[in-house]
Ligand binder design. Sequence first.
Ligand code: GSH
Length: 157
Amino acid sequence: MITTIPTIYGVKQSPFVRKVRVALIQKNLEFNLITIMPGDSRKTFRSISPFGKIPGFRHGSVKLCDSTVICNYLENLYPTPSIFPKDSVLLSKAQWFEEFADDLMAKYLTNILMYQCFLKPAFRNIPPNKEVVSETLLEKVPPLFQYLEKKFFKINF
Ligand SMILES: N[C@@H](CCC(=O)N[C@@H](CS)C(=O)NCC(=O)O)C(=O)O
C-alpha cells in the first residue's frame, strides 16, 4: 500500500481535473493539487504526462495521466466506497456516460466554446471566431443536452 498523499497536476477549471478531484473526494482521500497549465513543458510534468495534457497524477512512484485511467487506478486501489456500479450492465452505462462527457461534451463545450470564448481572448488576445461559436451553439450542443435530458430528466423542451 502506498502511504504518500496523491498529487494532481493541473488546474481546477479543467473538467478532467475536476473528475479526478471528485473521485478522490468521494473516496475520502486527501490529495495535493499542483497548478500546471495544459501544455506545460517542464520535464518533471512531462515525465508524468508526456503530451502535456492535464490531469497528471503522481502517487509515490506511480505516475499516471488521463482522467479515466486515474479514476480506474483509484477505484482498484481503494474499492470502498466505490464510485462505479457493481452490476455489469449499470457499469457499462456509467462508462458510456463517462465517455460521452469526455469525448463529445468536452469536444464542443471545452475545446471549442471555452477556448473560443474565454481562453483565446484572455490568453492570446484574439477575439472568438463568431461563426464557429454560433455553429457550435446552434447545431452541435443542443443534441447533446437533448440526449441527456431524455436520458435523465424526461423533459421535452
Ligand atoms: N482524455 C484526457 C483528456 C485531458 C485533456 O484534454 N485535458 C485538456 C485540458 S481540459 C488538456 O490538457 N489540453 C491540452 C492539450 O490537449 O494539449 C483525460 O481524460 O484526462
